[in-house]
Ligand binder design. Structure first.
Ligand code: URA
Ligand code: SF4
Length: 216
C-alpha cells in the first residue's frame, strides 16, 4: 500500500458534492501534477446503475466531466442501443486524474494506463462513491476498473459478460451490487476494425444484461 493515498484526503461526509469538492484537492498520488483537474463521477446520488471506466481522457481532463470525449460518444451509442438513458446513471472512473505522455510532435496528449499503485491510491474515492450511491448494479468497463474492484489477478477476457460480486470488506456488507464486467469503449474503438462490430455488440449485450439485473 502506498504511504499516501486518496484516503488521506477523504472527508467524513458521504455527500457526493462534498466528496467531489474534496477530490479536487487530492494529492493521493502524483497524477494531479500534470493533469488539469480532478474528474469526479457524475450522476444522481440515487442512481441504481453505476458505470466505472478507467480514467479521464484528454477531453474529460479539460471538461472536468467523465466520458464526454470519443469514448463517451461510443458509450452513449452503446447505452442507446441497450435502451438505457444516461441521465439516471452514475458514471465515474477508477482513477480521477488523466495520465498521459506528450506526443513526440504536436500538442497531442497520449493516454497512459495508470499503474497499480495509482489505481490503489485512487480507490478510496471510488469506494466512497459506491458507498454513497449504493447502486443495485455496477458495470466495470475494462480491465482497469475490473482490477480496481475485483483484484489485480482478475482476467477480463476470461470473465467478460459475467455477473460477479465485490469481494468482502471493500464496502459495508449491506452494499452488495450485482457487478457486470465488460469491455471498455476505448477498446472497442482501438480494436482491429474487423472485430469492432463484434466487440461493440458485446458491450451492448453486457449493458442490456446489467439493465435486466435492476429490480422493479
Ligand atoms: N475513458 C475512460 O475510462 N473514462 C473517461 O471518462 C473517458 C475515457
Ligand atoms: Fe488523488 Fe486519484 Fe488524482 Fe491520484 S489520481 S491525485 S489518488 S484523485
Amino acid at each position: 500500500m502506498p504511504s499516501v493515498t486518496a484516503a488521506d484526503y477523504l472527508p467524513p461526509s458521504r455527500d457526493l458534492d462534498d466528496l467531489a469538492a474534496a477530490a479536487q484537492a487530492c494529492r493521493g498520488c502524483d497524477l494531479f501534477e500534470n493533469a488539469t483537474q480532478t474528474v469526479f463521477g457524475q450522476g444522481p446520488a440515487d442512481a441504481r446503475l453505476m458505470l466505472v471506466g478507467e480514467q479521464p481522457g484528454d477531453r474529460e481532463d479539460l471538461a472536468g466531466q467523465p466520458f464526454v470525449g470519443p469514448a463517451g460518444r461510443l458509450l452513449d451509442k452503446a447505452l442507446r442501443e441497450a435502451q438505457i438513458p444516461r441521465e439516471p446513471v452514475y458514471v465515474t472512473n477508477a482513477v480521477k486524474h488523466f495520465k498521459f505522455v506528450a506526443a513526440e510532435r504536436g500538442p497531442r496528449r497520449i493516454h497512459k494506463t495508470p499503474s497499480r499503485t495509482e489505481v490503489v491510491s485512487c480507490r478510496p474515492w471510488l469506494l466512497a462513491e459506491i458507498e454513497t450511491v449504493t447502486p443495485e448494479v455496477l458495470v466495470l468497463l475494462g480491465a482497469t476498473a475490473a482490477k480496481a474492484l475485483l483484484g489485480n489477478d482478475f482476467r477480463l477476457t476470461a470473465h467478460r459478460g459475467e455477473v460477479v460480486r465485490l469481494p468482502p470488506g471493500e464496502v459495508p456488507d449491506q452494499i452488495d451490487p450485482a457487478v457486470v464486467v465488460t469491455l471498455h469503449p476505448s477498446a472497442v474503438l482501438r480494436g482491429p476494425a474487423e472485430a469492432r462490430d463484434e466487440s461493440f455488440a458485446s458491450l451492448v449485450a453486457d449493458l442490456r444484461l446489467a439493465a435486466t439485473l435492476l429490480t422493479g
